[in-house]
Structure formats: C-alpha cells, structure tokens
Ligand binder design. Structure first.
Ligand code: ZEM
Length: 293
C-alpha cells in the first residue's frame, strides 16, 4: 500500500495571536490548579499527553502520530500505556469548549509545548495544521514503549520514530518532569527532586545516585536510590550502553546542549508524519512571564 500522507491544513482565519491565546489559557490553568498530584501540577502530564499522542508514529508506513487526534477515541485511550491520561484530557476539555476551532492534535501538542516552556524548559517551535481524522485511522494498541527493556529495545523503538541516539537520550530527559504512579503504570516514584521544573537533573541523577535494581510493590523491577528517586529499566539502559552513556555525560555537564537538542527533537516528535506546505507558519510562543502575566 502507498504510505499515508498527512498534509498540514493551515487555517488562514487564525493568526499567531489566536494560538498564543490558547497557550495563555493553558498556562494560566496550570498555574491555577497547582495542587494536582501532590503539588507537581498538570505540566508533566500534559507533556506526557503530547508525547503519547505522537509516540504511536511508525516511519515505515507513516501511520500513527499526532496528526489525526485519535487520542480522543476510546480505542487509543484504552491502551494500557495511556493509563492516567484521562486527567490530562479532562484538563483540556474546557479549553476545547472555549476554542472549538482547534483540532485535538494541535491542542494536545500545543499543551505539551506550553508545559515545557512554562516549567522553564527551552522554547519549542510549534506549527498548526493537524486535522481530526475518523476513528478507523486510530493505530492499534501496543505502539508505545514498554519500560521493562534494555538498550537494544530502546534503540529499535526510537528508530521507528526516526530518532537517532542523541535524540533518544534527549527525549528521555523529559523524565526530569513528573513521576511514575503505581496505579497507572505499576512503577513508583519520581526521577528526581524538581518534578515540576524542566532541567538536566535526570542525567545528573542517572550518573550520581546509587542505583539498586529491585522489585516494587506491584512486582515490577525498577532502580531505586537512597534519596527516594527511581529509574525505569529503559532509563538505566542509557548508562549501560556506551554510545548512550557518552551523550548522558554531555547533557549532565552541559544543560544548554540538552536544551538545544530537546527543543529540536521534541518539535520533530510532535510533527512526525506531517507534511507542511512551504507557506506554513512556525510559531514560538511567549511564556506568561515574558508577557508579565
Ligand atoms: Zn515517559 N513514562 N517513557 N516519556 N513520561 C512515564 C511518565 C512520564 C516511558 C515510560 O514507560 C513512562 C518518554 C519516554 C518514555 C514523560 C515523558 C516522556 C511513566 C509513568 C512511564 C512508565 C506513568 C505513570 O505511572 O503515571 C518509556 C518506556 C519511554 C521510552 C522508552 C518521552 C520521550 C517523554 C517526553 C518527551 C513524562 C513527562 C512523564 C510524567 C507524567 C506524570 O504524570 O508525572
């Protein structure tokens, strides 16, 4: 079969200001509802929503990915890997009511960009044009990664998303945000101390903590440190594999290098499978701080 083509549909009636308004509405709601998940807030789970909307992509046939907004369908929501994302979708519901003209794919990716920036991460360029697609284009369950695996699995998984080693390591650095929840994934605990600020702490902790592989309360294996931090097996694979380790060391020593790589491969992740016409606009949103809001 011919590969699927997804062409960005740029809405000529909408300008940068319209999207910045949505960004601001999301950012203000993150700031307002700061008590969520033990005062971590909604930022991390909005990043996870954008990533899981995009992480179904398969470069071999150009299926999956963020374009069709298929995360709005039960079939995709019911993938075990998406457990817990109902909270992020519920967060977005009033935003969709207020801005009914935006597609689900655009909203969920814009939300992830907003969260990264509002949590002091790098500026991530964002482009509109995703179009809600019918239910029968929903990718089958099982395309999102399984944490109980080592470096070979990680490398193969990211190859399907068209990501090289440096991009794979940078993307995993998003685990500076948020935490694992027993009731969602069967894993338990945060990756570090600053769960709602975007930093290179994930890499620093990978290298500097005393990690011990043990079985958690749900019977799953995870690495734990005396400070109460955790690592998934797929995270720890980044220090076991020599090619990955070199990049982990670079990002631990140079937060700027991590931010630069993350900004570019996060945009790439959110846009995988989409063709943008030459005249399609690229937006860089201002943070609330920069607008004195
Ligand atoms: Zn995650 N991730 N992830 N990830 N992730 C979790 C949570 C978060 C993997 C994984 O199994 C898990 C990327 C890659 C990979 C975030 C962002 C990104 C959780 C915990 C698991 C189990 C879910 C829970 O229990 O609530 C695996 C195996 C990955 C690759 C091999 C990439 C890439 C990400 C973004 C760029 C974020 C922000 C969270 C925290 C969510 C929260 O609610 O706090």
């Amino acid at each position: 079969a011919a590969p699927v083509v997804h062409i960005a549909a740029v809405n000529k009636d909408r300008s940068f200001d319209d999207y910045q308004r949505i960004y601001n509405t999301i950012a203000e709601k993150i700031r307002e509802e700061d008590e969520y998940d033990g005062y971590i807030g909604y930022g991390p789970i909005l990043v996870r929503l954008g990533w899981h909307s995009s992480g179904t992509y398969d470069k071999n046939d150009n299926t999956g990915g963020s374009y069709g907004g298929t995360m709005r369908f039960k079939l995709e929501q019911s993938d075990g890997a998406n457990n817990g994302l109902g909270n992020a979708r519920a967060f977005m519901e009033p935003i969709l009511k207020e801005f009914p003209w935006i597609s689900h794919g655009d909203l969920y990716t814009l939300g992830a960009v907003c969260a990264v920036q509002e949590l002091q991460g790098p500026k991530v360029k964002w482009r509109p044009g995703r179009v809600d697609m019918p239910e029968d284009t929903t990718p089958k369950n099982g395309r999102l990664p399984d944490a109980a695996n080592g470096a070979d699995y990680v490398r193969n998984f990211y190859a399907r998303l068209n990501m090289n080693d440096r991009e794979a390591v940078a993307l995993t650095g998003a685990h500076c945000l948020g935490r694992t929840h027993l009731k969602n994934s069967g894993f338990d605990g945060p990756w570090g101390a600053a769960s709602n600020s975007f930093t290179n702490e994930f890499f620093v902790n990978l290298l500097n903590e005393q990690w011990k592989l043990q079985k958690n309360k749900a019977g799953n294996m995870q690495y734990d440190s005396p400070k109460g931090y955790m690592m998934l097996e797929t995270d720890y694979a980044l220090v076991q594999d020599p090619a990955y380790l070199k990049i982990v060391k670079e990002f631990a020593n140079n937060e700027g290098a991590f931010f630069k790589e993350f900004a570019s491969c996060f945009q790439k992740l959110l846009e995988n499978g989409i063709d943008y016409p030459k005249d399609a606009p690229t937006y860089v949103f201002k943070t609330l701080d920069e607008q004195d809001l």
